[in-house]
Design a protein around this ligand. Structure first.
Ligand code: EPZ
Length: 422
């Protein structure tokens, strides 16, 4: 096991290049096995969730060639099994995208119930509703999900809530279905659009991704492509918040500024200066951090995956702020850890936190409870007086490639060390 040791107190300054979006890549990899032909994916982040998914598709027969650290060639011709027994796959959320992809291509799929960060109940009823609307029968036994269809037929689906996972899964299952599928109330996240773009480059016919209605005309087959993953909106946002939290000045490069607008707006609200360029955004700490209200919402609203990071900034703001979490019901677990560092966060109900800003945080021994909260706690430690020890960093490694290296290049005093397990 590994941990971070952080000596806080110095501002972070400089430029940081953002890698490909983990949550987009997690949808593109299953999409690649919808065809027998080779699919090359560029700008793939080298993080553990991606590596687990690549290992999983190779377990069912796909040929996975790592051309370099950020480029992979996937050939689905040799996929023979529709069943994923690979234990570890259940630990990642995106394992369920293999259900959509295998069902779409073979009309049969069996995958373990998905895991992922423990940030709420995370039901999958909308995924099942979508598969059933396309004509599949779905059964769940012994924590395995089994879906089978004689034929998949286009359908009209209205999601009960905005869900990224179900939108992506139904797209994966519907591209090769007979006839037209209409998805109403879909997620509009950049990675939904990225998936549609990659599938269209493979010969699919998907219109409206990123709007309120997605229309899919089923096609008979998909073909090879070479595709580049969009930049990671959440990795970029995390470094943007790092500038605010450490009183620094950071430019994130290789980004799509449009995807960062809700984060930019909040940074301006709390007193930072933000400048947008074609493919970069600079964030400079102003005179002080100001309190504000934040409500997480589906895209283009403020992302739930950036909620813990802004909480750290608000913990250091001059006044009282509130955060309303409207996507996941268990996303304030980190507040206990931040309070150990001197923050004053009161979780009022499962979805509201009241934050009384303090002048400074103090180093402490803390535990990362999940991926984004883990990254936020590292930022807190970088701003704090004294030394912090952060355990549970395997969560952070699920979604941030070389997090400590990028922070070091910005001037952070952070090291990763091995700890012996008891
Ligand atoms: C995706 O999770 C992301 N994960 C999450 O990122 C992200 O926080 C989330 O979308 C919201 O943006 C991946 O892309 C792998 P949802 P997902 O389906 O797809 C409810 C990170 O840190 N719901 O949009 O699981 C659900 O409980 C991770 O990178 C149902 O009720 O999220 C939640 O309240 C964490 N029934 C809401 O909808 C369903 O069938 C949105 O969930 C599906 C979802």
């Amino acid at each position: 096991m590994e941990r971070y040791i952080v000596n806080g107190g110095s501002p972070l300054n400089g430029e940081v290049e953002i890698y490909g979006a983990k949550n987009a890549a997690l949808a593109l990899i299953p999409a690649a096995i919808l065809t027998e032909e080779p699919v090359v994916i560029n700008n793939l982040p080298d993080v553990s969730d991606i590596n687990v998914l690549l290992e999983a598709i190779s377990q069912i027969g796909a040929k996975v060639e790592r051309i370099d650290r950020h480029k992979v060639r996937i050939t689905g011709a040799s996929v023979t099994s529709h069943q994923l027994n690979y234990d570890y796959i259940s630990k990642i959320r995106a394992s369920y995208y293999l259900l959509g992809a295998l069902l779409g291509r073979f009309h049969e799929a069996e995958v373990a119930m998905p895991g992922g960060c423990e940030i709420g109940a995370r039901p999958i009823d909308q995924h099942i509703k979508g598969f059933e609307a396309l004509g599949a029968k779905v059964q769940i036994t012994n924590r395995q999900i089994y879906a089978k269809a004689d034929e998949l037929k286009g359908c009209h689906i209205y999601f009960d809530m905005v869900t990224v996972g179900a939108t992506i899964n139904v797209m994966l299952a519907a591209v090769l279905a007979k006839g037209n599928t209409i998805i109403e109330n879909p997620a509009k996240e950049p990675h939904v659009v990225d998936l549609a773009n990659m599938l269209n480059s493979m010969g699919a016919n998907i219109r409206g991704a990123g709007t309120d209605v997605i229309r899919i005309k089923g096609v008979e087959r998909l073909h090879k492509t070479e595709y580049t993953v969009i930049p990671d909106q959440i990795e970029a946002g995390t470094f943007m918040l790092a500038a605010a939290i450490t009183k620094g000045n950071i430019t994130v490069t290789n980004v799509i500024p449009k995807h960062l607008e809700s984060i930019t707006a909040k940074l301006i609200d709390i007193g930072c200066e933000v400048e947008e360029f074609d493919e970069a955004v600079s964030v400079r700490f102003g005179e002080k951090l100001l309190p504000t209200q934040v409500k997480t919402l589906p895209y283009p609203g403020y992302p739930t995956d950036m909620q813990p990071q802004i909480a750290v900034a608000l913990a250091l703001a001059s006044g009282i702020s509130t955060i309303t979490e409207s996507i996941f019901e268990n996303r304030f677990v980190y507040s206990k850890e931040l309070n150990k560092m001197g923050a004053r966060i009161k979780v009022e109900s499962s979805n509201t936190a009241i934050i009384n800003g303090v002048k400074k945080l103090t180093g402490a021994h803390i535990n990362a409870p999940d991926l984004r909260a883990g990254a936020a706690l590292v930022l807190a430690a970088l701003s704090a007086e004294g030394t912090s020890v952060i355990d549970g960093i395997e969560y952070i490694q699920r979604g941030y490639e070389n997090f400590e290296g990028k922070l070091q290049a910005l001037g952070a005093d952070i090291i990763k060390t091995e700890i012996e397990e008891d």
